[in-house]
Design a protein around this ligand. Structure first.
Ligand code: FAD
Length: 510
């Protein structure tokens, strides 16, 4: 970590979330001779760089959340609580994230009122819930032959474990009830299962959440040729004659601008800001910003039937409740929803006032749909209006189609059916469907394609069509309509891209 801005690097990485960190890790492992510089617009929160805020004690966590909230952080202490999540707010905002101040909905459209970002070392990966399911069926990118091996590598980098809540008393009961209802209807590899989570349990029982620090790992931290520079905004990627030549980066501390030469630039600045940087750099392929999609999400809660209470549970906590763990109802093409059960912070339903008698027996369900992909759903950029960072302001065009509305209805019914197998509703309220954008899983804006036919921004290794050496990373690269949490898939695709850069460096230097 230093403040010296280099004038040259072998690889520049923009953004320090899990996708950018995956590039840093693979390059540190496979190209230890390469000089790699990572620029991150947000501040360093704590040591090690990229640490998940849930691993920090209360006050430090609240401070880190505020520091992550972009150009206009909220006032006050931690909002690390379930309160307010069930009020059907159009603009639900999670701690450590910030919403688009404007441009999130065009007249007559649905928009993405919940669209949010994080600006800090570690990106949203310092605030996430860590659910890492593998995609299935049509969710998978079918032109990537070795996708399963890449997903395994992604699991290694993120420290994914599906046994972390193995001993949780209610977890097996929840799973058995769901399995009895659903498994006979689905392929064996998509049975109800414990949710794979990027979480590690320590000897003393405490949980350690994976952030980018885990993805960086020791190979990156001990790499003398790797440099991370926080509070540094990449304003433009430079390119000439179809080849990347470097970046223009602005020091957020003193507003000085620096020119860095580099033959390879990876833009991993989230699914909204990655296309923003390309746009500002005059890299504007037809598909840029288009095919934007977010996963419509509905939540519900039940009281588990016929179970005994085990322990006191703080329902205001965002910790996954140790009594119940997290269970997973995987997406299938016939039942195209991703279901999470017991992950209270992902299924934030207000709890009934009489919850006290049996703490730990309330089950939260969250069902996510795949969007009906449309080229017209897009983020555009307004060169005449600047955002809080001085970048072209975002304008979101987004509509739910008739198919989306019927899928949302189907997902609510599927969730109610699962809920009925588990227990009784807390009250007579219907499931809550969040406003678009609230899933925080935005995809498609720099999508990958097999060929350059105008419907994609990059090829299978994430290199942008027509600009050699320019790579894009993160959820925006995912070309399919996926319902499952996307980060594992993005990290897997980042591994693929990073390996191709490493192979190129080796062949050039060798
Ligand atoms: P990010 O993590 O968003 O990182 C992008 C980084 O780029 C940011 O740090 C940003 O500051 C930086 N940047 C942007 N512009 C610039 C610029 N011009 N110059 C320099 N730097 C720039 N996903 C799951 O898969 N499972 C979950 O269970 C899950 N739960 C979530 C729960 C919450 C509360 C939140 C907030 C998110 C959750 N997510 C989950 C989403 C997950 O965090 C993201 O999918 C993931 O972090 C994306 O990684 P990324 O590296 O592509 O982008």
């Amino acid at each position: 970590m230093n403040r010296e801005f280099p004038t040259q690097a072998d690889v520049v990485i923009v953004g320090s979330g899990p996708a950018g960190a995956a590039y840093a890790r693979i390059l540190s492992e496979q190209s230890p001779d390469a000089n790699v510089v990572m620029f991150e617009v947000g501040p360093l929160l704590a040591d090690p760089p990229g640490i998940h805020v849930k691993n920090l004690p209360g006050d430090a966590r609240a401070r880190a959340q505020r520091l992550s909230e972009g150009p206009a952080p909220r006032d006050g202490a931690s909002t690390d609580t379930m309160k307010g999540y069930a009020d059907a707010s159009q603009r639900l905002v999670r701690p450590g994230t910030f919403l688009l101040p404007d441009g999130y909905r065009m007249p007559g459209e649905d928009g993405l009122p919940g669209a949010a970002m994080s600006s800090n070392v570690g990106g949203m990966g310092a605030h996430w819930t860590g659910a890492c399911p593998r995609p299935g069926g049509k969710e998978r990118v079918d032109f990537i032959d070795d996708l399963d091996e890449l997903l395994s590598e992604g699991e290694r980098l993120l420290g994914v474990d599906d046994r972390v809540f193995e001993g949780a008393p209610y977890s097996a009961q929840v799973r058995e009830r769901l399995a009895e209802l659903l498994d006979s209807e689905r392929p064996a590899n998509r049975h109800v299962a414990p949710m794979p989570l990027a979480v590690r349990r320590q000897q003393d029982g405490g949980l350690v959440w994976s952030g980018s620090d885990v993805v960086f790992g020791e190979p990156t931290r001990s790499n003398p040729r790797f440099t991370l520079i926080p509070e540094a905004l990449v304003a433009r990627v430079r390119h000439e004659h179809g080849q990347v030549t470097g970046v223009i980066v602005r020091d957020q501390r003193d507003c000085t601008e620096h020119t860095v030469d580099a033959p390879v630039v990876v833009v991993a600045a989230d699914a909204l800001r990655t296309p923003q940087i390309l746009w500002a750099s005059n890299v504007r392929p037809h598909a840029l910003g288009r095919w934007l999609n977010d996963q419509p999400q509905s939540v519900y809660a039940v009281r588990l039937r016929d179970v005994e209470s085990h322990a006191d549970v703080d329902h205001d906590s965002t910790e996954i409740v140790p009594e119940s763990g997290v269970n997973w109802v995987p997406y299938t093409d016939d039942d195209p929803f991703h279901g999470q059960v017991m992950q209270l912070d992902a299924s934030p339903v207000k709890l009934a006032s009489d919850d006290a008698p049996k703490p730990g027996t309330i089950v939260g369900l969250g069902w996510f749909c795949a969007k009906d992909l449309q080229e017209s759903d897009r983020v555009e950029f307004d060169d005449a209006q600047l955002d809080g960072y001085g970048m072209p302001a975002m304008r979101i065009h987004y509509r739910l189609t008739d198919d989306d509305h019927s899928m949302i209805q189907r997902s609510r019914q599927a969730m109610m059916r699962a809920a009925a197998a588990l227990g009784e509703p807390l009250d007579d309220r219907d499931p809550l469907t969040f406003a678009p954008g609230a899933s925080l899983h935005y995809q498609g804006t720099v999508r990958m394609g097999q060929v350059d036919d105008g419907t994609s921004v990059c090829g299978p290794t994430s290199e942008v069509w027509g600009v050699a050496g320019l790579f894009v990373a993160g959820n925006g690269v995912i070309p399919t309509a996926i319902a499952c949490n996307p980060t594992l898939t993005s990290v897997a695709l980042a591994v693929h891209g990073a390996r191709s850069i490493a192979a190129n460096i080796t062949s050039t230097k060798g």
